[in-house]
Design a binder for this molecule. Structure first.
Ligand code: AMP
Length: 360
């Protein structure tokens, strides 16, 4: 157990780290941010900031010496940095979890091993493989880089997966190791956010329903428009993945639900997740407070829904709506303090609450 009064080290300086640090404060923890960026929304609300690249071993060692437990707020922290810190202090989640979730193929292979359904997928690491795998699919497909993809970056949709089209997409993505996925004609997208403590205790939030625009999450709704049977199956998928990975902390699993009621795993985020931001106002315990509890070995909080809610991301210029949003008593505005508005950049979010049961 890492008791209140201790210092949590967070690798990554974005808005997720900012909201973890804000949730850590009322539980009596201090946060120390480690990230190389010029601007760090998390560092603005944390006690300490080490601004250094993830391969600076001296800076990593000094960081590890100054904290009591370490966590991540984005999944692409280099494995070597995680291992360096893990040699000195508890690293939650562990490097093994990130090794799987940094690689879309390893992630899907884990799901398959656990009997969890996914879109049909094939490894593509050469032009020949790109051509051959295309023959296994009829209709549309998506080619994704195995590593470093997010918010639609590193992926190309292919309307008809002919060998020529897949080879061309593979060349466009830079001829790096990829995964070719069959296109899923889903009815809706959901995510399950689950927390797991070092002792294996687990608590899951009911699924969130997510809508994307231009590959970026636009809106999440709680509860999702799905029946209890799908809720149970979706939670079972998240539980099984968290246990198999021996994950510690909050983890999100994105899934597709088909018109026939099938639940397919899309991807795992081994961290707090954009679709759970509405838990700050709508749940008994926010996903951020839950993450702090999980990594510090405290009892997990109640995941009960206290209100129905809709969260909308303020992406790019949409953040300029803030004066209007402040006038709406039902809206809870969160701005991330980023100085420059850029297209596609998450600048903030707004959560609207509704009476419990109003959205079902
Ligand atoms: P990802 O980066 O894998 O989370 O994909 C981003 C978004 O692209 C997902 O949330 C879906 O909306 C869409 N997408 C990804 N993979 C597929 C697929 N196999 N079939 C249909 N849509 C997909």
């Amino acid at each position: 157990m890492i008791p209140p009064g201790s210092t949590i080290g967070i690798l990554g300086g974005g808005q997720l780290g900012r909201m973890i640090a804000l949730a850590a404060a009322p539980l009596g923890y201090r946060c120390h941010i480690f990230c190389p960026d010029d601007e760090a929304p998390a560092a603005d609300v944390a006690a300490t900031w080490t601004r250094a690249p993830y391969d600076n071993l001296a800076a990593l060692d000094a960081f590890a010496a100054a904290i009591d437990v370490a966590t991540v707020e984005f999944e692409n922290v280099p494995a070597a940095a995680l291992e360096r810190i893990a040699a000195a202090k508890p690293m939650r989640p562990g490097a093994n979890v990130l090794a799987v979730t940094q690689d879309r193929l390893a992630e899907k292979a884990l799901a398959t091993r656990l009997g969890i359904a996914t879109a049909p997928y094939f490894a593509v690491s050469s032009a020949i493989e790109a051509g051959i795998t295309a023959r296994h699919l009829t209709g549309g497909a998506i080619l994704k880089t195995r590593r470093m993809g997010y918010d639609g970056k590193g992926q190309i949709a292919i309307a008809a997966a002919t060998p020529d089209a897949v080879v061309e997409a593979w060349r466009k993505l830079g001829e790096v190791p990829c995964i070719l996925e069959g296109f899923v004609d889903f009815a809706l997208e959901i995510s399950v956010i689950i927390a797991r403590g070092p002792d294996g205790q687990i608590a899951a939030f009911e699924p969130f329903e997510n809508r994307h625009a231009h590959h970026i999450l636009a809106e999440s709704r709680w509860p999702a428009a799905i029946g209890p049977e799908i809720v149970t199956r979706a939670e079972a998928v998240a539980r099984s993945l968290a246990q198999a990975l021996d994950h510690v902390g909050v983890m999100a699993v994105e899934m597709f639900v088909t018109a026939g009621g099938e639940v397919l795993m899309n991807e795992i985020a081994p961290r707090v997740h954009n679709s759970g931001h509405l838990t700050i106002e709508a749940a008994a315990t926010s996903q951020f407070a839950q993450h702090v509890r999980a990594i510090c070995g405290l009892p997990l909080g109640s995941t009960e829904r206290r209100a129905d809610a809709v969260m909308r991301n303020l992406v790019g210029d949409a953040v300029l709506e803030w004066p209007k949003l402040l006038l709406d008593a039902g809206s809870h505005l969160h701005l991330y303090g980023k100085s420059e508005i850029r297209q596609g950049r998450k600048m903030g979010h707004v959560t609207r609450l509704f009476p419990l049961g109003a959205m079902t």
